[in-house]
Design a protein around this ligand. Structure first.
Ligand code: ZN
Length: 179
């Protein structure tokens, strides 16, 4: 029988190796200098990760619960829905699952619309994009996206309105040209 201390150490080891998708994203961001807050309760949808400096909310979504790449057009028990690679809707209790996942999809859209209206950017990272094979590329493009957002938000747009003199010169040139 393991002692309670051994049990405690085992639990701690399991905990520190947490490979939950959200932890994968958090560890990457932290180690690349991105600072964030978690589950900001004042923002719609309590986003998983909030980067204030980038005015960005990151949602790390489970493919099944959030219906990744599944378009739910009807929610009846005999509804014909194309499953995606990562979201397969069970045959039994079909109507229940369809309604549940459809509701989640709708809520995700509403939350993102609200955040956008408040001037926040939203990035969704899907669980399947964090598989060992895809992880590296997904995280690299997340960092790329964040840096792009920051640059866009901090770029000063400079417009030049041509003055009257400029327009006159252009007209003069045109008349000269016709001579
Ligand atoms: Zn997926």
């Amino acid at each position: 029988m393991p002692t309670s201390l051994q049990r405690h150490n085992n639990m701690a080891a399991i905990h520190s190796k947490d490979t939950k998708p959200e932890m994968v994203v958090r560890r990457y961001l932290w180690s690349h200098g991105f600072r964030y807050r978690l589950n900001h309760s004042r923002l719609p949808g309590k986003p998983d990760i909030v980067l204030r400096k980038y005015r960005t909310c990151i949602f790390v979504n489970g493919c099944f619960w959030h219906g990744h790449n599944v378009a739910i057009t009807e929610t009846t028990a005999d509804a014909v829905i194309d499953n995606s690679e990562c979201c397969k809707i069970p045959k039994s209790n079909r109507s229940f699952w369809l309604k549940k996942i459809c509701r989640n999809q709708e809520r995700d859209r509403e939350v993102q619309q609200k955040l956008a209206m408040m001037g926040w950017h939203c990035v969704t990272v899907w669980e399947c994009q964090l598989s060992p094979k895809q992880r590296e590329q997904t995280l690299a493009s997340l960092a790329y996206t964040l840096n792009g957002i920051y640059l866009d938000d901090h770029t000063v747009s400079h417009y030049i309105i041509p003055d009257d003199d400029g327009l006159m010169v252009a007209e003069d040139d045109a008349t000269d040209y016709n001579k």
